[in-house]
Design a protein around this ligand. Structure first.
Ligand SMILES: O=C(O)CCC(=O)C(=O)O
Ligand SMILES: [Fe+2]
Length: 292
């Protein structure tokens, strides 16, 4: 699938675009199966250690993780793409379906940016105390979580839900057109967020997106995640891509080329190498990755 000229222009004008029906069930299932296996492994470990009493092994992907995290928040700790480094996720990030769309906006020389997450937004009623940053992400621009040396880099966010993301399950909300104002100052309060006095007074739009769809965002587009009022987990994946050679905004984390017409041999296809790069990353203790 390619973006139509109309879609490209809409993205360039409004700073975001929702594209329905990009991925089939078969495209997403390997990722879901891998996440389910990771959850199962964490559950069994916690069970063996006596930290939980119920495995909930017959509960579906949309519910099980919440029931486990309710018993032990530790089960959710470090649950992210670079936490479990799964092969299905790695293949998905360099999958043809996704990259064909990325190419429409960035051209043929594409690098996968290391700012990438899988998010389990638990039902608000279950999440209880200690809602973390992933739960209700406050108004921000993605640019705020990159280092300033990447200001000139076009880093585009590709966000996709693994369940229907609606007003009820807690989709994102975006501010159209505002990206043209560039970087708005952020502060660190309940997560990295735009200084409230600077929040543009514009009509906010719900970015509802069914499973299989994709939300594309400019790095200056203000957006937030709204509360999950449903009884299922709002699972999503957010990935970012930039032109190969441009600063990633996270120079200490592994970026890797996923598509190149000029030098196809440079594309990283070896999952072992990807894992090695992440494991080698030594975070400087206490060093913030965000601008504030
Ligand atoms: O998933 C959400 O609720 C927010 C995600 C987000 O801010 C992002 O993907 O950049
Ligand atoms: Fe974001």
């Amino acid at each position: 699938m390619r973006l139509t000229m109309e879609q490209v222009i809409r993205y360039q004008t409004e700073g975001y675009l929702i594209v329905p029906d990009v991925f089939s069930e078969a495209d997403l299932q390997p990722v879901i199966d891998e996440l389910s296996a990771e959850i199962d492994a964490r559950a069994r470990k916690a069970y063996a250690e006596g930290k939980i009493t119920e495995l909930h092994e017959h509960e579906p992907f949309e519910k099980r993780f919440t029931l486990l995290c309710e018993q032990s928040r530790e089960i959710g700790r470090g649950f992210d793409i670079n936490g479990y480094l799964g092969e299905a996720m790695f293949r998905f990030m360099s999958g043809k379906g996704l990259l064909d769309l990325v190419e429409c906006l960035l051209g043929t020389e594409i690098t996968c940016n290391p700012i990438q997450h899988v998010r389990a937004k638990h039902p608000a009623k279950s999440a209880g105390e200690g809602n973390d940053y992933f739960q209700n992400v406050p108004w921000h621009q993605d640019c705020a979580v990159t280092s300033p040396d990447s200001d000139a880099s076009e880093i585009i966010t590709f966000w996709l839900p693994l369940v229907d993301a609606t007003a009820e399950t807690g989709c994102m909300e975006v501010m159209p057109y505002v990206f043209k104002q560039g970087y708005l100052n952020h502060r660190s309060e309940g997560g990295t967020t735009i200084v409230p006095e600077l929040l543009p007074n514009v009509k906010q739009v719900l970015a509802e997106c069914r499973k299989g769809g994709l939300v594309i965002m400019n790095k200056y587009t203000p957006h937030r995640g709204i509360s999950n009022r449903s009884d299922i987990i709002r699972w999503s994946i957010d990935l970012r891509y930039h032109k190969t050679g441009a600063p990633s905004g996270r120079s200490h984390h592994p970026s890797f080329p996923v598509r190149s017409a000029l030098d196809p041999g440079s594309e990283l296809t070896d999952v072992t190498e990807w894992r090695r790069m992440w494991r080698e990353v030594k975070e400087e203790k206490g060093k913030s990755l965000h601008r504030v």
